[in-house]
Design a binder for this molecule. Structure first.
Ligand code: NI
Length: 255
């Protein structure tokens, strides 16, 4: 069984078949899914999905794209959900200097505030980082007081930086891009990262892995991510499935 450590099943692209899809995950080898929020509304939707389905767990947080929409009350709203049993992380939060949908100083400020929240409520953080590798690392390093945990979601950076994150106490999650033929770095990372620090994910409905590129992504396609990692590491598929599931359960404290 696999865990999809990052999927947006609250996305409107699942409106037509969400219930069927979630109910058919088990028979398709998916034990459970972590569904992060990207703004307040999707965080609320994530929480309600987690309360409706036993195989969905939620994270609450505001994505850097929406950082500019946050105000003084947002942290309190997010915090109010963290006591729920199936809210297992703060996320997804971070920096996105590729799209720059929010001004960079605001992205940094809101990222730091949400890391403080993660520490305050003792939950791991799900980190989004795009074209902002060094600054993401610097902020996490500064925030790390020994209690901060988390995962670099859909990691696309170098092996060296991945190992730095691991030393800092973080996990590395790989998604669809590891299956892309020309994706050199994720493949190198898949080989180099210690297996006890690796998670797998889909980021559904985005980033669909081979051989389904172009279609809507779904949690069951996480098998292609795990399969590619198994090939690269020359180990059995089952070993990747077991280890990455154990890692996700350890990080998100799921029994
Ligand atoms: Ni995402």
């Amino acid at each position: 069984m696999l865990i999809d450590s990052h999927a947006h099943l609250d996305d409107e692209r699942f409106d037509k078949d969400r219930d069927t899809l979630i109910k058919s995950l088990k028979e398709n080898g998916i034990d459970l899914v972590i569904n992060p929020g990207s703004d307040v509304l999707s965080s609320i939707k994530s929480v309600s999905l987690s309360e409706q389905y036993e195989n969905i767990y939620a994270a609450v947080g505001v994505h850097p794209h929406s950082a500019k929409e946050m105000d003084e009350s947002t942290i309190e709203v997010l915090k109010s959900f963290t006591g729920r049993e199936k809210v297992v992380a703060i996320g997804e939060i971070g920096l996105d200097y590729y799209y720059d949908n929010s001004p960079r100083d605001i992205q940094r400020q809101r990222f730091k505030e949400q890391l403080d929240l993660a520490k305050e409520v003792d939950l791991p953080a799900i980190i989004h980082s795009r074209d902002a590798a060094q600054e993401t690392f610097d902020i996490l390093k500064e925030a790390q007081d020994g209690s901060l945990k988390g995962v670099l979601h859909c990691y696309s950076g170098s092996v060296e930086m991945a190992l730095e994150y691991i030393r800092l106490g973080f996990y590395i999650s790989l998604g669809g891009p590891v299956t892309f033929k020309n994706a050199k770095m994720p493949k190198e990372v898949a080989k180099a990262v210690p297996l006890d620090r690796l998670l797998v994910e889909t980021d559904s409905p985005y980033l669909t892995p081979e051989p389904n590129r172009g279609k809507r992504n779904e949690p069951i396609y996480v098998r292609y991510v795990a399969g590619t990692i198994a090939e690269i590491r020359e180990i059995p598929f089952e070993e990747v499935a077991t280890k990455t599931s154990e890692n996700a359960k350890r990080l998100f404290r799921i029994k």
